[in-house]
Write a protein that binds this ligand. Structure first.
Ligand code: C2E
Ligand code: CA
Ligand code: CA
Ligand code: CA
Length: 280
């Protein structure tokens, strides 16, 4: 009989092979996803913790694969970044989201005090056509920069601060608000916070999710106070319990997001939510 390790080696090899094939398949499928209409958007409310009013909607992309069902963006966004597909995908997200907001604006006689917040990856941010694409969208859909916020992760800001700052300043000239996403998880130099033209920090949900933990509480408190001393707004994400909500209110955090307040919803359900809150 063959020694056991030979079989192990074969199994191991096969596994790697299968994973490579799977990845290539997914990559290939993702390329088709836009043209085949397999992508759609969800929107999650960002709520003013004092008034409980919706302030903004975060745009979250969804991919319904014909055989695999829903594939998580945590999986296909990194894949799209590695392959460059994030450029057409990101443009699709921005276009679709602006179109949807302009539709809601029309339905509510252009009186909605509501903005959309779109995640942009570092590759998108350094793409030379990002600004002209956004300008075109705002014009085509009769929106202003005030309707649009962009969420950028901490690590992207720290990788190439001087190049990124130039783009951010161009965005600021258009009144587009800028938010640091997943704040606290990167290796950011706090010093940059003073120089980047940022309006908001969004505290990563890992600091919110264990409210019983003394260290996390101290970090939360420190981030909120630091942000306020720099005149930045604070959003806490991942709020799931009343206790977390209460704690964040007590710490003076102005905005919140999480399953307790609202789940990511499709456009029809968001419309109902808007109707409830803003009337017709
Ligand atoms: P993110 O930007 O940090 O988005 C928040 C994620 O947390 C979303 O996951 C959302 O569904 C989830 N979430 C919201 N509230 C709660 C809560 O109370 N508890 C928990 N446990 N989770 C909550 P989702 O939609 O799976 O997105 C994952 C990530 O994929 C996003 O993280 C973002 O980094 C990325 N992503 C999603 N859409 C886009 C996009 O259009 N463009 C880019 N570049 N990235 C995107
Ligand atoms: Ca985000
Ligand atoms: Ca986040
Ligand atoms: Ca995240």
């Amino acid at each position: 009989a063959k020694p056991d390790f030979v079989n192990y080696a074969v199994v191991f090899d096969k596994k790697i092979h299968q994973n490579v094939v799977k990845r290539l398949q997914l990559e290939n499928d993702l390329q088709q996803a836009i043209t085949n209409n397999e992508l759609h958007l969800n929107y999650q409310a960002i709520v003013n913790l004092k008034t409980e009013q919706i302030n903004c909607l975060e745009v979250l992309v969804r991919w319904k694969h014909p055989f695999l069902g829903l594939v998580s963006p945590g999986k296909f966004i990194p894949l799209s970044e590695e392959t460059g597909l994030i450029i057409p995908l990101g443009q699709w997200v921005l276009t679709e989201a602006c179109q949807q907001l302009s539709l809601w604006q029309k339905q509510f006689s252009h009186s909605l005090p509501l903005a959309i917040s779109v995640n942009v990856s570092g590759i998108q941010l350094s793409h030379p056509e990002l600004i002209s694409h956004i300008d075109r969208l705002l014009q085509n859909f009769s929106l202003t920069g005030k309707h649009l916020k962009l969420e950028i992760t901490e690590s992207v800001l720290m990788e190439n601060p001087s190049a990124v700052t130039k783009v951010l300043e161009q965005l600021k000239q258009r009144d587009i608000q800028l938010c640091i996403d997943d704040f606290g998880t990167g290796y950011s130099s706090l010093n940059y916070l003073r120089y980047l033209p940022i309006d908001t920090v969004k505290i990563d949900r890992c600091f919110v999710s264990q409210e019983g933990n003394d260290k996390n509480y101290d970090i939360l408190k420190a981030i909120i106070n630091l942000a306020h001393s720099l005149e930045l707004n604070v959003i806490a994400e991942g709020i799931e319990t009343e206790a977390q909500l209460q704690m964040l209110r007590n710490l003076g955090c102005e905005y919140g997001q999480g399953f307790l307040l609202a789940h990511p919803l499709n456009s029809q359900n968001v419309r109902n939510l808007i109707e409830e809150q803003f009337g017709c």
